[in-house]
Ligand binder design. Structure first.
Ligand SMILES: [Fe+2]
Length: 374
């Protein structure tokens, strides 16, 4: 629980920490006040860093610069995926020279050293699973922009504090988009060409928790049990993706997120139904139903729906139907609502990485997926 974090920090001997939060309502809550009071009781001083919007390199560099001449024993990040990623990037940059851009995949020329300040993550949304992953996403939006990762095995946080009390105030639209991000991560990791029996069991368990609790968390936001189950599902999605990899939806999220300021959960949520349907259709057309990737989609469908429809075909169809139903019911917006044009989407399709998608998709097929959610 969040309130026990100061005791944990004190037991580890930390006396001076950086706390990264959003510019959100968190700091007006009782939980935040209790946290501050307990830090004082434990004689722990803190520097407050705020992160909002996307994590652009300049804001990470500035935050780390401001902290470098101070003694920082550990970094605590409390917030949504962006805030946790900011905390992760700052904890690393406090131990490296130069700009965060120097160390980003496909952007910089230096390899991250893996050194970092101890990092404690407290998610206030249930989505990216950043509290369990080894990467932080850094973005520059607009022409020449990018959305790339700072990644190292050592960047998995020291501890994640999953506290449903902090998540109950997350609004329904954010709950829906971030929940669909977690579900996308669980599905993509489960069907990934990089999956193994350990990530399989983690991803399937996450899908079972998400299937039961996702609608409940969106519709009954104050219910701590639903929030706790979705927080756990998101955490499992982070472990699964960090070890099995992801698929084309996250490949598209990376390209589209660098063009317009669209929340990561919305991109994934808006595309996951159509993308899953298209992949299943392509594999089925080429090889029939009784093949390994479709058995995986079927098992994902059983886990998410909580029932076995009896055949690979029906379980695959139920999976897509369930995703489409949630996307519609919870009003996940289309790409056009964020300023994308059809020609931009056509152009972007050619730059989308398939990552570990279990079949090849042509640029034209990716274009059709994107345009279906224009
Ligand atoms: Fe994601």
């Amino acid at each position: 629980m969040f309130r026990s974090l100061p005791d944990e920090l004190s037991e580890r001997g930390y006396r001076s920490i950086a706390v990264v939060t959003g510019k959100s309502s968190l700091i007006k809550t009782e939980s935040w006040q209790t946290f501050i009071n307990k830090l004082e009781e434990q004689h722990i001083i803190f520097e407050h860093v705020t992160a909002s919007g996307e994590n652009d390199p300049r804001s990470i560099d500035k935050a780390a610069d401001n902290l470098k001449d101070k003694t920082i024993d550990a970094v605590v990040a409390v917030g949504g995926g962006t805030v946790l990623d900011a905390g992760k990037a700052i904890s690393a940059l406090l131990c490296m020279e130069g700009s965060i851009s120097d160390y980003l995949e496909e952007v910089g020329t230096k390899k991250p050293t893996g050194d970092r300040k101890p990092l404690f993550c407290v998610p206030t949304t249930s989505g990216t699973g950043s509290e369990a992953t080894k990467n932080a996403v850094i973005s520059k939006i607009g022409p020449g922009g990018f959305k790339k990762s700072l990644r190292h095995e050592q960047y998995i946080p020291d501890a994640a504090f999953l506290d449903p009390e902090l998540i109950v105030s997350c609004p329904p639209d954010v709950t829906a988009a971030s929940g669909l991000d977690a579900i996308t991560q669980l599905i993509e990791a489960y069907v990934s060409t990089g999956a193994n029996k350990y990530t399989d069991s983690i991803a399937l368990e996450g899908l079972k928790f998400a299937g039961k609790s996702f609608p409940w968390a969106v519709e009954e936001g104050k219910d701590v049990e639903a929030r706790g189950s979705m927080a756990f599902a998101a955490y499992l999605s982070g472990i699964a993706l960090a070890n099995a990899g992801l698929g084309v939806v996250h490949g598209a999220a990376s390209v589209l997120g660098s063009l317009h300021p669209i929340p990561h959960g919305v991109v994934c949520g808006t595309l996951i139904g159509k993308a899953t349907g298209s992949i299943i259709e392509k594999i089925h057309t080429a090889s029939g139903w009784d093949v390994s990737p479709l058995k995986r989609y079927a098992r994902a469908g059983i886990a998410l729906n909580g029932r076995d429809a009896g055949s690979i075909e029906d379980n695959c169809l139920n999976l897509v139907e369930r995703l489409d139903k949630w996307i519609k019911k919870y009003g996940i917006k289309r790409l056009g609502a964020y300023g994308f044009t059809k020609s931009e989407l056509k152009d972007a399709a050619g730059r989308v990485s398939l990552k570990n998608t279990p079949c090849d998709l042509t640029a034209k097929e990716i274009e059709l997926i994107l345009l279906a959610r224009y």
